[in-house]
Design a protein around this ligand. Structure first.
Ligand code: SAH
Ligand code: SF4
Ligand code: F3S
Length: 479
């Protein structure tokens, strides 16, 4: 198919986002042509790995695809398959390589099929070299810095038979106002900043997501207002370290100030945010949370390790004692606050004593739940060079002990809500039992209770009848 004639007739505008809108139109011509020839629209499947940032990015990719005339499908043998990748731990990469072989088999059966890889993993040179060499059937690769160019790249890919690779090393550009297709009608992520400047020594995110850039408050508020007008009840403000939001803006604004503005948007009923770095959590934020009707009483506060010695080596800028004191202050100002966390086991040089400090923090803080990770060596990060990597069997043993403790304390902690009636935002029909629906309490706990699809998106009172560990079974309270 050749669209170069139209290309010559109307040159692509140089300014964004008009340029991308121009290419969305071009892609639309392609999908219309496909529809005429095949008697159906081309289908597209997006698979997202990693964190909420990637989930949100995928919503933007999906928005562009829908505008361009693609039909979104769950089927993996679609005409366009996109993997939005993560590279935070080696496992995430292995999953992608594993799936690619399988996709190649599907591609052989569907002559229309095109394969696109994007996201954090693509920002690593070794990964792209490996794909060029071992997975030559991939059609398009782009990265995190130029994701907003998707329409243009998609169009160029359709015209080319070669693998198209477009990667930027960094960017200071934020392109707004492109379409997004949300996964849920009633809740949405909102990026408030991109990138990360913290360089925790184990972490690859700053290398693949670039330097920290905050969005202007007015742009964020406009997006939140649009979402509210669209019927969204819950928003999650997204950033790798929301507590440092706004510091580098021309007119600096604190995260707490931003929250107060967001709170004023009518229609928004719940406000969440991810992630909070303990080192930058201000008293101002605690006070704003304490006085707020809409900010959910939940804080995800990654600990990473309970050993002050290791925290230093991780470049986290807080100590065990400082972290515990912060949690105590939070709990005293925000009663019933749910605290959750991330913990890494087996960071280089971790001794049994260091590990026992981590267990001690888990016992002292009493998290509602915790994500526990085995340390994964990431090429290019300082910790990958540390000589004293911990043997696998020791790490595995510590991981099991930590998980057992986290489960035990989590269960004890959340059972405090048993018998209470709390507002629940209903998210979906239960995947295992269609007579139940699944929703979330303000503190992010999950509850399953009898109900049907008509409740989705509503906030209803539910009595928490039985604690099942990390979640609850409940009954809707009527009247
Ligand atoms: N910006 C967030 C975290 C983003 S990554 C923050 O600072 O809290 C999510 C989690 O992955 C981290 O909190 C950490 O626990 C884990 N993680 C990051 N790099 C890792 C690595 N190399 N090995 C194991 N876990 C890692
Ligand atoms: Fe990674 Fe640390 Fe940045 Fe979080 S704050 S993304 S753990 S470097
Ligand atoms: Fe993964 Fe990138 Fe998020 S590395 S955790 S998808 S920022």
């Amino acid at each position: 198919m050749d669209y170069t004639v139209t290309e010559q007739n109307t040159a692509a505008p140089a300014d964004e986002p008009r340029r991308q809108q121009f290419f969305i139109e071009k892609c639309r011509m392609y999908t219309e042509d496909f529809r005429i020839r095949q008697g159906r629209a081309p289908s597209a499947n997006i698979r997202t790995f990693g964190c909420q940032m990637n989930e949100r990015d995928s919503e933007k990719l999906r928005g562009i695809l829908v505008c361009a005339g693609y039909e979104i499908t769950d089927r993996e043998d679609a005409d366009l398959v996109i993997y939005n990748t993560c590279t935070v731990r080696e496992n995430a990469n292995l999953k992608v390589y594993g799936r690619l072989g399988y996709l190649n088999g599907l591609k052989k059966k569907n002559p229309h099929m095109r394969i696109v890889l994007c996201g954090c993993m693509m920002q690593e040179k070794e990964v792209v070299n490996k794909i060029r060499k071992s997975y030559p059937f991939v059609d398009l690769i782009f990265g995190t810095h130029n994701i907003w160019q998707f329409a243009e790249l998609l169009f160029r890919m359709q015209e080319s038979r070669e693998m198209l690779v477009e990667l930027w090393d960094s960017t200071d550009k934020v392109v707004e106002e492109l379409p997004a297709q949300r996964t849920y009608s009633f809740k949405s992520g909102v990026n408030i900043m991109y990138g990360c400047n913290n360089f925790c020594t184990y972490c690859i995110v700053p290398y693949v997501r670039g330097r920290e850039r905050s969005r202007e408050p007015k742009d964020i508020l406009r997006e939140v207002e649009q979402l509210a007008a669209d019927g969204v009840a819950e928003i999650m403000l997204l950033g790798q370290n929301v507590n440092s939001y706004g510091k580098t803006l021309e007119h600096p604004v604190s995260f707490a100030q931003l929250l107060q503005e967001v709170e004023k948007v009518e229609g928004i009923q719940r406000i969440r945010f991810m992630t909070s770095h303990p080192k930058d959590l201000s008293d101002e934020l605690i006070e704003v949370m304490a006085g707020s009707e809409k900010i959910c009483p939940h804080l995800h506060l990654p600990l990473q390790s309970g050993s002050s010695r290791l925290l230093g080596k991780m470049n986290r800028h807080y100590t065990k004692e400082g972290y515990i004191a912060l949690c105590e202050k939070l709990r005293s100002r925000i009663p019933d606050l749910s605290l959750t966390t991330d913990i890494i086991v087996g960071f280089p040089g971790e001794t049994e004593e260091d590990f026992l400090e981590t267990l001690d923090v888990v016992r002292t803080v009493r998290y509602d739940s915790a994500f526990t990770f085995i340390y994964s060596k990431r090429t290019g990060t300082p910790a990958a060079q540390y000589p004293d990597q911990v043997p696998e069997e020791i790490v595995k043993d510590r991981f099991d002990r930590l998980l057992a403790l986290v489960q035990e304390t989590g269960r004890e902690q959340i059972s405090r809500f048993e018998g209470q009636t709390q507002p629940v935002l209903v998210e979906h029909v239960n995947t295992q039992d269609a007579s139940l629906v699944t929703g979330r309490l303000a503190n992010n706990l999950i509850v399953h209770f009898p109900g049907d699809a008509s409740l989705i998106g509503q906030i209803v009172p539910v009595t928490l009848t039985e604690c099942k560990g990390f979640y609850f079974m409940g009954e809707r309270k009527i009247g």
